[in-house]
Design a protein around this ligand. Structure first.
Ligand SMILES: O=C[C@H](O)COP(=O)(O)O
Length: 255
């Protein structure tokens, strides 16, 4: 079912101690300030080594959830340095970010690998937050829709209807990530509507209307309200601003 979600992707930031302090500030502020029938789900995605401890610090409420930033496509075994979906599940993770542009770009994750990772995540009962998004070059060449359509088709739409029900999509224009250059709310809405249309074609109208589609790319306390007011924007995947408790809380309050 479609939910409003604000997910904080800490990327490779914070130490263990700083991470614990940050999550404690966030949970206190959110509990104090976000009252009433606010349906926003908050997903905290810290680095792997802090997952278990941060998971324990999340209040036992249905609002807070733990997420990982990546996971192996392999189930278990001799894969030095890898972390499996089952391991993530065993420390309390519910979500896993997959296909982030930084993974695609710096670690050469392609559609084939991402398809395997998706299967592994779903098999462990976790929910993927599957990222798509175009480069500046692609946008300037007017190829945004073709490019994103292909990312969805090749990377995601091989899933069965039942598998797809677990998926959250994040639209993250690469040119907006960490640049301070946010997509306008109209640009975000246009792509989100396109993604929803593609889901309806690949699955059906119900799947399209039930899928949460998050925006990511320099979202902050100032622009979140405008972005989240768009009919097809169901929340955000927040990088830089998720490392500041006040900013992250304000983003959560922007619904
Ligand atoms: O996963 C988060 C996105 O890459 C956005 O990062 P940012 O908010 O720092 O631009």
């Amino acid at each position: 079912m479609r939910k409003n979600i604000v997910a904080g992707n800490w990327k490779m930031n914070t130490t263990y101690q700083d991470g614990l302090a940050l999550v404690s500030e966030i949970t206190n502020m959110v509990q104090d300030e976000v009252t009433g029938p606010n349906e926003v789900q908050v997903v905290i995605c810290p680095p792997f080594p802090f997952l278990a401890a941060i998971g324990k610090q999340l209040p036992a409420s249905s609002r807070f959830h733990l997420g990982a930033q990546n996971c192996s496509q392999k189930e278990s075994g001799a894969y030095t340095g890898e972390v499996s979906a089952k391991m993530l599940e065993s420390v309390g993770c519910e979500y896993v970010i997959l296909g982030h542009s930084e993974r695609r770009q710096y670690f050469r994750e392609d559609d084939e690998l991402l398809s395997q990772k998706l299967k592994a995540v779903l098999a462990a009962g976790l929910k993927p937050i599957f990222c798509v998004g175009e480069s500046l070059e692609t946008r300037e060449a007017d190829d945004t829709f073709t490019f994103i359509g292909k990312q969805l088709q090749d990377g995601l739409f091989h899933l069965s209807n039942e598998e797809f029900e677990q998926v959250v999509i994040a639209y993250e224009p690469i040119w907006a990530i960490g640049t301070g250059k946010t997509a306008t709310s109209a640009q975000a809405q246009e792509v989100h509507a396109f993604i929803r249309e593609q889901i309806a074609r690949a699955y059906d109208a119900e799947a399209a209307s039930n899928t949460s589609i998050l925006y990511g790319g320099s979202a902050n306390a100032q622009n979140a309200r405008e972005l989240f007011s768009q009919p097809d924007v169901d929340g955000g995947l927040i990088g830089g601003a998720s490392l500041k408790s006040r900013d992250f809380t304000e983003i959560i309050k922007s619904f």
